[in-house]
Write a protein that binds this ligand. Structure first.
Ligand code: CAO
Length: 426
């Protein structure tokens, strides 16, 4: 097969100009007029086309070489047919085709698709001016997604790409900075008095990475609210054992669990999980297993109370006591810490008004409950003493919006409030 030399043609003022890009590879089929190299002078850049179709046999130049008219660029094995390479397929087209406006358009689109092939063999559509602009900013044009037809890269695409790179770098620098252990000690504690150094309890060590992970990954927002639980408390305090007449030991938490499940049923996004945002998938759970944060001498544990929707308040209360005891006695099975819908962290028996609980990843929300207290509330035109329960709902803002969180809390309030729904669930 005849080898044909493709040389630098007369391209006007260009003399001794630099090759800034080689647009073809050895072995590649090209058509007449396909661009094969880009030359750049002080004033402008230009793509040099091949004046013959065929298979590139040998490229005689490299990026950075300076060339003038008549210099050999490459050799091609002459072809009888026009060859069009799209992706990995080679399509042979007869040299003589009927030229209509449609196939001129189609042909020029196919041709422009093969005009620039980056080192990664990805097709890159960009004008020499845009490529020059990208190069000056240190951007690899083959890595930029073009916003124009067929992915053609524009100057704006280059700017956005650079901006994104800077932002990502800044955020990764910040992350690295934030996670660096503070090694340099500014002072010794002993300089200021007597100290005692102890081991961090095992459960705190185990929980630490989990908490850090959740806090770093999830954009937390905490919504605070107050619920009037006067009627609920009157009812709870009136509960006695049928046989002994003794007061039943049921804490507000059992009622809150039921109210939470009622809200989860109305708002399935709170009963969901996202393990990996990049997967674009969200898991909706159809069960209602509520995690309860239990304070133990060894640290915080979060066992699950399973199928809260199917249990009555008395049973839930008994199970809660039993599970909390198992945790404190270190007799709880590890599997009880997994597979929850949402968690409740109750400090109601201890004190405080509001707090900002950390979501128990991969869950997407946690309900913090604080200690109820009696308050004077203006009802109509007179003040009444009411029992008010403060709640704090932390939620994953990637999945849950603020308005949804407020509505979710309204449902909890309606279920614990005046006409609270669980009188019959005893
Ligand atoms: N408001 C007012 N009183 C409350 C209340 C509330 N919200 N919640 C509970 N109480 C009362 C109970 O009725 C009980 O009163 P009596 O002693 O008169 O019966 C008392 O406080 C103690 O309750 P409890 O804490 O033993 O029981 P519980 O069902 O409310 O909670 C448990 C069980 C396991 C959640 C709890 O013992 C516990 O460990 N809480 C700490 C959780 C924690 O550390 N969370 C923070 C984690 S960081 O996010």
């Amino acid at each position: 097969m005849a080898l044909i030399d493709i040389k630098v043609p007369n391209i006007g003022d260009f003399n001794d100009v630099e090759i800034i890009e080689i647009l073809v590879k050895e072995g590649q089929y090209i058509n007449k007029n396909d661009s094969i190299i880009t030359l750049e002078s002080d004033k402008s850049s230009v793509e040099v086309p091949s004046n013959h179709p065929g298979k590139v046999s040998k490229i005689n130049v490299k990026v950075g070489d300076k060339v003038s008219e008549g210099d050999l660029i490459l050799k091609i094995e002459a072809s009888e047919k026009e060859n069009v390479k799209t992706d990995n397929k080679e399509i042979s087209t007869p040299k003589e085709t009927h030229i209509s406006p449609e196939n001129i358009q189609e042909k020029s689109e196919i041709r422009s698709n093969i005009q620039t092939i980056s080192s990664t063999n990805k097709l890159v559509l960009a004008s020499p001016k845009v490529r020059k602009f990208a190069r000056e900013l240190g951007a690899d044009v083959s890595k930029i997604s073009g916003s124009e037809k067929f992915g053609r890269v524009t100057e704006e695409d280059v700017k956005s790409f650079i901006k994104l790179g800077i932002n990502q770098k800044q955020s990764s620098n910040n992350n690295e900075e934030n996670h660096k252990p503070q090694t340099k000690k500014e002072f010794e504690h002993t300089d200021f008095g007597e100290i005692d150094v102890k081991d961090i309890p095992r459960i705190k060590k185990l929980a630490a990475p989990h908490l850090v992970n959740s806090f770093n990954i999830i954009p937390h927002v905490t919504h605070h609210d107050e619920i009037d639980i006067t009627e609920m408390e009157e009812f709870r305090n009136s509960l006695t054992d049928h046989y002994t007449g003794e007061k039943l030991k049921i804490t507000p938490l059992a009622f809150i669990m039921k109210a939470l499940v009622a809200a989860l049923k109305e708002f399935p996004s709170f009963n969901s999980s996202i393990e990996d945002m990049s997967s674009g998938k969200i898991t909706f759970k159809k069960y209602f297993h509520i995690g309860i944060a239990v304070d133990t001498p060894n640290g915080l544990m979060v066992p699950k109370i399973r199928q809260v929707d199917k249990k009555n308040i008395q049973n839930l209360s008994a199970e809660l006591r039993e599970v909390a005891k198992k945790c404190r006695d270190l007799k709880i099975d590890k599997k009880e810490f997994y597979g929850g819908s949402m968690t409740i962290s109750s400090l109601g028996g201890i004190g405080g008004s509001f707090f900002t609980p950390i979501i128990n990843y991969p869950e997407v929300a946690i309900l913090g409950v604080s200690k109820s207290s009696k308050k004077q509330i203006l009802l109509g035109d007179r003040f009444e003493t009411r029992t008010i329960l403060p709640i704090s709902l932390s939620y994953d803002h990637r999945i849950i919006d603020g308005a949804e969180a407020a509505r979710f809390c309204n449902v909890i309030r309606d279920n614990l409030g005046k006409n609270f729904a669980f009188k019959l669930a005893i």
